[in-house]
Design a protein around this ligand. Structure first.
Ligand SMILES: [Zn+2]
Length: 272
């Protein structure tokens, strides 16, 4: 029996930077993605461990041995060569179900072109992370092309959503209960004269509902506006000064997540 359900492998590291471009080194991004996922799996109660958690050199043998501690291994990479897509590579002996679940979630998160495949080598799998990791079910995920400015910029602006996509796909694949990221608690204070704006994406459903319910229950005045792009803005403010608690009006928005942001007065101006 494997020591961990999942081993996350941040590709490269230390003496091996991986792909290098003017936008950054692969080793740094793979670590960033992997640490995010590690924390998320911990939060969700999935037994998880990393092959490296710092800028460390791993030999092929060391990486293989560490990966084998997992029933599954997800090896995170960024591609190079100027393409415009993500890739999920599974073993030639694998049915590709997890790889396709990752593809589905990456596409839902906005990486619209995701290629799933396996690659035959001279004997067995082409990539050693598949060929040498034995029973461990390994998937290599390439999130974008680091040397394609458009693809990389899109990734850089959405990397948490992409990292999360793999978390969500893995949970659904193993049948583990999934919930969105625990939210950084943030308390915001609205004064008598100002209106607070919280913008969300249209797909932040449960969080939106929570904010709505909270405002409703606590009697805070609010209004909702919808943008043409599906975004939603909650306006919280002095719409109803008759509420007894309005004087302090501390809006404890405990469900602000990655899909939401508090707008500055300047950003909010287009919503007025
Ligand atoms: Zn790589």
């Amino acid at each position: 029996m494997a020591k961990y359900k999942l081993k996350i492998d941040p590709g490269h590291g230390g003496k091996d930077p991986g792909a290098i471009s003017s936008f950054g080194n692969e080793e740094d991004w793979t670590l960033k993605i992997s640490l995010y996922q590690y924390n998320r799996f911990k939060e969700l109660g999935v037994s998880v461990s990393l092959t490296r958690d710092s800028d460390e050199t791993l030999t092929e043998d060391q990486r293989v041995a560490l990966a084998q501690e997992g029933e599954y291994c997800i090896s995170n990479h960024l591609n190079a060569g100027g393409g415009d897509r993500a890739e999920v590579i599974h073993s030639i002996y694998d049915d590709g179900k997890l790889a396709n679940a990752i593809k589905y979630q990456l596409e839902s998160a906005g990486q619209t072109n995701v290629k799933v495949y396996c690659k035959q080598g001279k004997s067995g799998d082409y990539y050693y992370m598949h060929r040498r990791t034995g029973k461990t079910k390994t998937n290599i995920v390439e999130y974008c092309f680091i040397d394609n400015e458009a693809d990389f910029t899109h990734f850089k602006n959405n990397w948490e959503a992409y990292a999360e996509a793999t978390v969500k796909a893995f949970c659904s694949h193993i049948g583990h209960p999934y919930r969105t990221k625990d939210i950084q608690k943030s308390t915001v204070t609205v004064t008598q004269s100002e209106i607070l704006y919280i913008q969300t994406g249209g797909y932040a459903g449960p969080a939106l509902q929570t904010i709505h319910d909270y405002l409703f229950e606590t009697g805070h005045g609010f209004d909702v506006k919808r943008g043409g792009d599906g975004s939603i803005v909650f306006l919280i403010g002095p719409f109803d000064n008759t509420k007894p608690n309005f004087q302090e009006c501390r809006v404890s928005v405990s469900r602000i997540d990655g899909h939401m942001q508090l707008l500055t007065q300047e950003q909010a101006s287009k919503w007025r």
